[in-house]
Structure formats: structure tokens, C-alpha cells
Design a protein around this ligand. Structure first.
Ligand code: PEP
Length: 243
């Protein structure tokens, strides 16, 4: 399976950054799929800059409803219209800063799928949960309540304590968690639906990308900070195993 390397720009980037970044991404290696998820106001301009390139565009959140009185929110059909084909949902920063429960993430996932977007649903344990020996249990619970029965999309395993910290789990821990996620997905969704891609996210850099991306059941990476520099993002993509 081709790996997916997704960049989460979070609340970074300005219109003036887009042209050079999109031009640099035209040099992307051909054995991986690349995705950039900038803030909402950059989507339309990014879509134009990426036109004709194989790099996909995504957003970082959507509302569960298609329209309505929800000041400050953006719906999945609006994202689709702006040129997005993916949307990141249930990122730990949204779960923590906006109080998003698994049920809310599930409703947003349904909305994304209904609008024809591919949801990237994020799960991951806190440091206290890992230290307490309940990381797999926490992630299984998140999957159970965040995914609709007809889920089709991508999962991102992002240990909360690894995001933006420079810390990563050991390779053995990543492999064990991805194996546990695969088993949970197959048991929850069935063999066919449970075969979705599972990305690893949390302090992926050019220096550690190749070893993380080579681990069993790792189908790509969700990259925050290192996706902001095209050079680093491309170096991470180059680390994906050949298919
Ligand atoms: C993220 O926020 O999805 C992420 C993985 O961030 P970073 O790569 O900066 O740890």
C-alpha cells in the first residue's frame, strides 16, 4: 500500500507562503501520497496553487452539520467546495482545547464522509495513561466511540505526549500500538473496513521518519511542525518505504 504523508499546519501559515511551498512540493517523491492541511482561510488559494499536482489538500476540522446557526464553524460541504478532499478530526488539540468528545468526533466523521471527504480520525493516549499501563485500552475506547460502523477513511495514532515535544515512543511501542489498532479495527468494523491506513503522528522529523515508517502497520505519518518547511516535509516523504 502506498503510504500517506500528511502535513498538519495547525494555526500556522499565511497566504504569502503558499506559492513557494506548493511549487516545492511538485518535487515530491512519486512512491508516496502527500497531503497538506492548512488553516481554513488558506484552502482556496492552496487549491489553486496545487492545481495539476498530485498533492492533496485537507482541512483540520469540520462541524457535524452541513449548515446552520453555528458562528465560527465550517461545514464539510464547504471544505469540499474549497478544494479539500481530506479532513483531520479528533486531533488531541481539539479534544483538549475544544472539549471534543468521542461522540462529537463520530458525528463529524459521519458529516465528512457524507460530504465526500476522507476523514483522518486521530486517537492517542496521554503520558499519564501510558505510564498507567492503559494506553491500548484508551485508544480502543476512542476508536470504538469515534468511528461510525460504516467508517471509511484513515486513522492517525498520535500519542498526546509526543505531539510537538520532540519525544517519540520506542519503535516497539509504535509497532505494538499499531498492531492493537489494526486488531481493534478489524473486530469493530469487520475485515474489509478494518483494513484502513493507520498513520503515526508525534514529532516525526526527517531524522526518524524512515525508521518509523518502516514499522509494521504504519501506513504513513501525520506531521505537524516539520510539515511547515517544504524541505523537511519532502525529506520525511522520501523516508517512506518503496512500494
Ligand atoms: C500533530 O499535531 O498532528 C503532530 C504530529 O505534531 P508534531 O509533528 O509537531 O509533533
Amino acid at each position: 500500500m502506498r503510504q500517506l504523508i500528511a502535513g498538519n499546519w495547525k494555526m500556522h501559515g499565511r497566504l504569502a507562503d503558499i506559492a513557494a511551498y506548493a511549487a516545492a512540493l511538485r518535487q515530491a517523491p512519486s512512491h508516496v501520497d502527500l497531503l497538506v492541511c492548512p488553516p481554513f482561510p488558506l484552502l482556496d488559494r492552496f487549491a489553486g496553487a496545487l492545481n495539476g499536482s498530485p498533492v492533496a489538500l485537507g482541512a483540520q476540522d469540520c462541524h457535524p452539520e452541513a449548515q446552520g446557526a453555528h458562528t465560527g464553524d465550517v461545514s464539510a460541504p464547504m471544505l469540499k467546495e474549497a478544494g479539500a478532499s481530506y479532513v483531520i478530526l479528533g486531533h488531541s488539540e481539539r479534544r483538549e482545547n475544544h472539549g471534543e468528545s468521542n461522540a462529537v468526533v463520530c458525528a463529524k466523521t459521519r458529516a465528512a464522509m457524507a460530504a465526500g471527504l476522507t476523514p483522518i480520525v486521530c486517537v492517542g493516549e496521554t503520558a499519564a495513561e501510558r505510564e498507567g499501563g492503559v494506553a491500548e485500552q484508551v485508544v480502543r475506547t476512542q476508536l470504538h466511540h469515534s468511528l461510525p460502523a460504516d467508517f471509511s477513511g484513515v486513522i492517525a495514532y498520535e500519542p498526546v505526549w509526543a505531539i510537538g515535544t520532540g519525544k517519540t515512543p520506542t519503535e516497539a511501542d509504535v509497532a505494538a500500538m499499531h498492531g492493537a489498532i489494526r486488531a481493534a479495527l478489524v473486530s469493530q468494523l469487520g475485515a474489509a473496513r478494518g483494513g484502513v491506513k493507520i498513520l503515526y503522528g508525534g514529532s516525526v522529523k526527517p531524522a526518524n521518519a524512515a525508521s518509523l515508517l518502516a514499522l509494521p502497520e504504519v501506513g504513513g505519518a501525520l506531521v505537524g511542525g516539520a510539515s511547515l518547511k517544504a524541505e523537511d516535509f519532502l525529506a520525511i516523504a522520501a523516508g517512506a518505504p518503496a512500494v
